[in-house]
Design a protein around this ligand. Structure first.
Ligand SMILES: *[C@@H]1O[C@H](CO)[C@@H](O)[C@H](O)[C@H]1NC(C)=O
Ligand SMILES: *[C@@H]1O[C@H](CO)[C@@H](O)[C@H](O)[C@H]1NC(C)=O
Ligand SMILES: *[C@@H]1O[C@H](CO)[C@@H](O)[C@H](O)[C@H]1NC(C)=O
Ligand SMILES: *[C@@H]1O[C@H](CO)[C@@H](O)[C@H](O)[C@H]1NC(C)=O
Length: 462
């Protein structure tokens, strides 16, 4: 059991009598936590995680490490590895560490920036970010380092940052990241909150980890743009995004849990790094505004308000609640003043979620709607992962805060990571230079432009 040097919060623990269960199935969730602070939560997490891992086949010979089978998209596998790293850190159980290492290294791609050529048909900035979050989490948690000669966790996170920064696109909406990386993908003309929020979150955590001011500046810039363009409202709520064809003047006002989460943890990191009251206020206000994602009856249970009550949550969306839970928990480490508010919600949500995990042969399949507090006869990878996330998030009280370069971190970085390999493929060329290429004229134009003068230093590969 890996227990951090954080003193257990006994007041909270004594309250936590029912969160998570022990027995061989998740049927009875009313077990006590013992005085040593050993909670049955770890065992519950294992049951739910074991069920989640029945979806993953990437470790089998002949299969493709780091991919989930249809209908699950590539990014969700990246998110899964983050859930597994957190699982290991929270519980000390290394059952899935080797699978995680294998999948992460396989998908890191030629330049360690999670842009494997297989994904160029669909990869968006947000997809890439979810893999970067996993690499960042591995660095922050001192997850076992990859072998010598392979890309390292911190290096991967930096590589993603270095590929996203040149995509910052001032040709419309005053800046921001487009949803899609590649001009030929649907959604290239859409600028969205999760893409810019991904860069914000990553930059803030890199700033905290490395103390390199460039990351801090980019976090500030991404935040400022998000508020200026109106993706974040003055009430600290987050819209989904807007088309850049009319300069982001018409918002798509859908609200998703993970957008609040991605900005929350970024703001908390900025607060921890700078101790600036403005970041404290931002952290506090995002958290308060995220109350819209929690029901009153039952109290404090998270729900995906945009789709859950009308049963329209699509494959990706079924996992979103898990990320808000993950990032709320981690916010308590960077901004301890949020602790009581966060834990009240995570506890109620985990209890409710665990009550849905009674489906399937083994009684460990979780439902979509935690508010039901019983299994709804549905099964899905993303909703299983979300239940795992909220259940294990309650173990945050037992683990140490993230390490940094100057405080225990062992992952090796490379601030210049992410440059394309020496012989770029056409797809990479197209992607490299088309940020701001409104006409989206594609590869040929792209090649011409870059020959004339790619401006970002890292574009010059030879
Ligand atoms: C890309 O697809 C090929 C063919 O399916 C596969 O062999 C390879 O492992 C894939 N690469 C990655 C990084 O998934
Ligand atoms: C587009 O939006 C940005 C940011 O809101 C603004 O600064 C810029 O002036 C707008 N451009 C046009 C042409 O309206
Ligand atoms: C920053 O994080 C550390 C580690 O959790 C914590 O001890 C410290 O109190 C935090 N700083 C602030 C200003 O909250
Ligand atoms: C800080 O990060 C920037 C951007 O990646 C990099 O160019 C620079 O070399 C880094 N500085 C140090 C001291 O590592």
């Amino acid at each position: 059991m890996r227990i951090g040097n954080h003193v257990l919060r006994s007041s909270w623990l004594s309250l936590l009598t029912t969160v998570l269960l022990g027995a061989s199935t998740v049927q009875s969730i009313e077990l006590q936590i013992d005085n040593e602070g050993r909670s049955p939560g770890a065992r519950t997490a294992k049951e739910v995680a074991t069920n989640m891992m029945t979806y993953y086949t990437g470790m089998n010979p002949g299969d493709n490490p780091g991919n989930l089978p249809d209908p699950y998209f590539w990014w969700e596998a990246g998110a899964m590895f983050n859930a597994l790293i957190d699982y290991w850190f929270y519980t000390g159980d290394d059952t899935w560490n080797d699978i995680t290492m294998q999948g992460m290294l396989w998908q890191a791609g030629d330049n360690a920036a999670f842009m494997p050529s297989n994904q160029s048909k669909t990869e968006g900035n947000d997809d890439q970010s979810f893999w970067a979050f996993t690499a960042m989490a591995a660095a922050e948690r001192n997850f076992p380092n990859p072998p010598h000669g392979k890309p390292q966790w911190l290096e991967m996170a930096q590589a993603v940052f270095n590929t996203q920064v040149p995509r910052w696109d001032k040709s419309s909406c005053g800046g921001g990241l487009r949803w899609q990386i590649f001009t030929w993908n649907n959604g290239y003309n859409y600028k969205n909150t999760i893409s810019t929020g991904g860069l914000f979150n990553l930059a803030a955590r890199l700033a905290k980890y490395t103390k390199n001011e460039t990351y801090q500046e980019w976090a500030e810039k991404a935040w400022d743009w998000t508020t200026n363009v109106g993706f974040m409202t003055p009430q600290y709520r987050f819209w989904d995004g807007a088309s850049d064809l009319n300069n982001c003047s018409e918002m798509n006002k859908i609200e998703w849990t993970y957008n609040s989460g991605v900005y929350l943890l970024g703001a908390a990191n900025m607060y921890n790094l700078t101790e600036d009251p403005k970041w404290k206020e931002r952290t506090e206000k995002i958290l308060a505004a995220s109350d819209v994602f929690f029901t009153h009856d039952p109290p404090n249970v998270m729900y995906e308000r945009a789709c859950e009550t009308i049963n329209t949550c699509k494959v990706d969306q079924r996992s979103f609640k898990g990320y808000l839970a993950r990032w709320m928990a981690q916010t308590t480490q960077m901004a301890p003043f949020t602790y009581d508010r966060v834990m009240q919600k995570l506890k109620a949500s985990a209890q409710a979620a665990a009550k849905t995990c009674t489906g399937g042969d083994k009684g460990t399949t979780c439902g979509m709607k935690w508010t039901d507090q019983k299994w709804d006869h549905s099964k899905d990878f993303g909703q299983q992962m979300a239940a795992l996330e909220v259940i294990q998030a309650n173990l945050i009280t037992r683990v140490a805060a993230p390490v940094t370069d100057d405080n225990g971190g062992t992952s090796k970085g490379n601030p210049n990571a992410g440059a394309p390999p020496s012989k770029p493929k056409p797809s990479e060329l197209a992607f490299d230079i088309t940020t701001g290429d409104k006409a989206g004229a594609g590869i040929l134009t792209a090649m011409v432009i870059i020959t004339i003068g790619g401006s970002a230093g890292w574009l010059i590969w030879d």
